[in-house]
Design a protein around this ligand. Sequence first.
Ligand code: PGA
Length: 250
Amino acid sequence: MKLLIANWKMAPDTEAQAQALAKASAKLVRTYKKSTHIIVCPPVIYIPLVTKVSTVLAVGGQSVSAESTGAHTGEISAAMLKSMHVTYCIVGHSETRAQGESNELVKKKITLLLEKKIQPIVCIGEQSRDVHGWYLSTIKDQVESVFFDMPKVAVKRIVLAYEPIWAIGAQATRTATVEECLEMIMYIRKLISDLYDEKTARSMAILYGGSVDQTNAASFIREGGVEGLLVGRVSLESKRLEMLVKAISE
Ligand code: PGA
């Protein structure tokens, strides 16, 4: 089973557009349910609407507060997500890290989500690459921080998403090659194997994200060593998303 995370980010602008998008996504879920598990991550304000469109839609959050309760204007708690039937939540996305979400905050959020039985989708990735491979230390720090003190039983509930920052969004310099992706996924599995064991590392769900579209999606799945994809822009275009899901389901 492949995993596809549709990260709508701060889009679309209107409720009507969100509804149309949710309907299109629900149709894809029904068509490809045997091969691909699709999780829609809308802006939090659209979550009730999305869950109402169809019970087949699995819904994820895009962020969560690092505090469980208290006076935190603008924040959404893990308990609130849970009460909205959210089953997954993205944490550590480069766009939230850029606003100050440190490894420590990411770790706190993971802990709160796990307590509420929401599966964290933890994004990791380097800002840029250098010829000496120093960027690997960024990945190592991020991975070690995620799994610090985490019992093996909890590891199964984590989804990691490798998202090189230079490959994300409209300002991306380029997409990662399948070889670059595979190399990094092998490195991440090695880190997990060192922290736990080989079996745990092999069974870890790792995704790739960053300029994924209908033309490159299947190759990441076939040759990139990943169990799924995290898709931003294309998740807002029903036609392209359908072609993408079809490509990875074949
Ligand atoms: P993109 O976004 O697919 O638009 O590059 C991916 C992401 O930010 O997760």
